[in-house]
Design a protein around this ligand. Structure first.
Ligand SMILES: [Zn+2]
Length: 360
């Protein structure tokens, strides 16, 4: 009898769930959202397990652009007493995402800040994106300084390093830039900006100091400043040191470093070595830029064919200029200029000089 009574009770509860669920869904489908949601929330009281169903429902509404509905569900969920801490945090995060999509950034910020204060690392991604969008660098930095223990991912620290850069650039306070460097040795931009600032001030010693450190660590970003770096050495009558640096970088560098090395050999009158080095590296790793430089070299050496070679090189150069110079490693966005904050995926420092056959 006991078993039967328990079974009957379970049966009753199930029936109640099913009936409320279908009522709620029917109202929603009929676009009577208030009544529909009310029924669904009643169901939530019957069974706390269905939190996942609501989240799915809200996600579906958001995906369809029905943000008011998604917001309503998440707000109701958040008020529900049966939610455990993680479920409540997830609902709050989702609600913030709804607000961001709806352009209600202040409301989104409020919830995200709440989450960060409560120690939820998962709120960092959206709030960093939000502050990047609103260019509220100070707020981001304050948040980092108050909760630095949450910033364990390189991507988040890189973002904060760039926030420091943004402030340093507007206030022209380069101490802040140094703060960014000490914060993260893996950020490219602080060293790059400090080098550029020194170069523009014609302080070539400092420019070399910063850029040399950068190029040794991140040889792939050489295209950003190699011309200016070469010029800095020239200004100080230290061109031979630049050539030595190129030699050190050849193995890990791309085609641009190899071309610069070739130019160094040519300057020293070692034409044969330059030609051999170039053809040899092109055999190992063919690239369009290397091929273009080879054409220029051949045009100089074989003056009777110079016209034809020039014509081919013009074609190749036109081809290169059509190709994007930079590409985001996170989302694949391509461009002709460097963006420190990817316009497409909003990640920091993921856009780098293009590689591969058309790249540097
Ligand atoms: Zn991107």
């Amino acid at each position: 009898m006991g078993k039967n009574s328990a079974r009957n009770h379970a049966h009753q509860v199930n029936r109640q769930i099913t009936s409320e669920y279908s009522k709620g869904l029917k109202f929603l489908l009929d676009r009577e959202e208030d009544q529909g949601l009310e029924h669904l929330i009643k169901l939530l009281e019957v069974s706390a397990d269905s939190v996942d169903h609501y989240s799915t429902l809200a996600t579906m509404f958001r995906r369809r652009g029905e943000l008011d509905r998604a917001i309503k569900i998440h707000e109701l969920l958040l008020k529900h007493p049966s939610l455990d801490e993680q479920q409540a945090a997830n609902s709050r995060l989702e609600l913030a995402e709804d607000y961001i999509m709806a352009g209600l950034l202040d409301s989104a910020e409020e919830h995200l800040v709440w989450l960060v204060k409560a120690g939820h690392e998962e709120a960092l991604d959206p709030i960093i994106t939000l502050y990047s969008q609103t260019r509220e660098w100070e707020k981001g930095i304050n948040m980092f300084e108050a909760h630095s223990e949450l910033f364990t991912k390189a991507q988040h620290i890189k973002a904060i390093a760039n926030f420091y850069c943004e402030i340093a650039l507007t206030s022209e306070d380069h101490q802040i830039m140094r703060k960014a460097i000490s914060l993260n040795k893996k950020a490219i931009r602080p060293l790059y900006e400090l080098g550029l600032f020194a170069f523009n001030q014609q302080d070539f010693v400092k420019a070399i100091y910063y850029w040399r450190e950068l190029i040794n660590q991140f040889t792939f970003c050489a295209p950003l400043f190699i011309e200016e770096l070469s010029l800095s050495y020239k200004e100080l009558n230290l061109t031979s040191q630049f050539h030595e640096l190129l030699l050190e970088l050849i193995e890990k560098g791309g085609v641009l470093i190899k071309i610069k090395h070739c130019q160094a050999l040519l300057e020293q009158g070692q034409n044969k070595q330059a030609f051999e080095f170039l053809t040899d590296s092109l055999k190992r790793q063919p690239t369009i830029r290397g091929f273009s430089f080879l054409l220029q070299l051949m045009a100089k050496q074989h003056s009777n064919n110079a016209d034809v070679l020039d014509q081919i090189d013009k074609l190749v150069t036109a081809y290169i200029s059509k190709k994007p110079d930079f590409q985001c490693q996170h989302c694949g966005f391509t461009s002709h200029t460097i963006y420190w904050n990817c316009p497409s995926c909003k990640h920091w420092e993921t856009i780098v000089p293009a590689r591969g056959i058309d790249g540097f």
